[in-house]
Design a protein around this ligand. Sequence first.
Ligand code: ZN
Length: 265
Amino acid sequence: MFEKNQTELRADICEVGRRIWQRGYVAYNDGNLSIRLDQERVLATPTGVSKGFLKPDMLVIVDMAGKQIDGHLKMSSEILMHLEMYRERCDVGAVVHTHPPYATGFAVYGQGLEAPTLPEFVVALGGVPLAPYGKPSTPELGETVRPWIQDHDVFLLQNHGALSLGGDIYQAYYRTETLEHSALITFIARCLGRDTPISADEVPYLEQMRENLGLGFPRECLTFQPGSRQPAATGAGRAANGDDAALEALVAKIAERVVRQMRRS
Ligand SMILES: [Zn+2]
């Protein structure tokens, strides 16, 4: 199984930082990213730095109790929310927290994205609940998502932003992309008049696809190879690198069935 060393993981955080900044998912020094290194340590972005200009040596390492154990810059207090995710979900290897404008618009409006609007959204994310507002820089922020944490990977945080979990940082990042893209499409549909959810008859088929791709719950825990202290194979990781062509073909098939059904009704 392919494993990454800490130098590669630091480079991954910098790369994802550039992507979230370039796509406008964060402004100024907003947002934070982290990767679980092993059972005791998390590699994370520091406070006060734009995610678009991260350098590998700017990152900090914190222990699971929230104490900084490495790095010359100061840890972000929002990392406490990431630690809560790692403590609650043993399958999570990375956390991406951003303020993507369309998704955050829904969070400010006071609505989650739970309706089955697009096949990709249902298969990849299931649904995105809205967690109540939590005080910034306190553990309360992570606690607000607790009611949904065991069966969701992406959350909207009321009047704040989005939180995505993944087996690795790219999976958490792509989940943020899917969230923002779906939020934008839902917004456009509402501007045009209304968003029509996928028919209730079609949803179980999509949920089964989600299950078949290893995206359902519960998930296998991340394991760490003795000595290497790096995450090994996980159900979530395998799903992230799963057969994209097969998924695309299935999604196209569903979309076709949905359109046929809509024409009939
Ligand atoms: Zn934030």
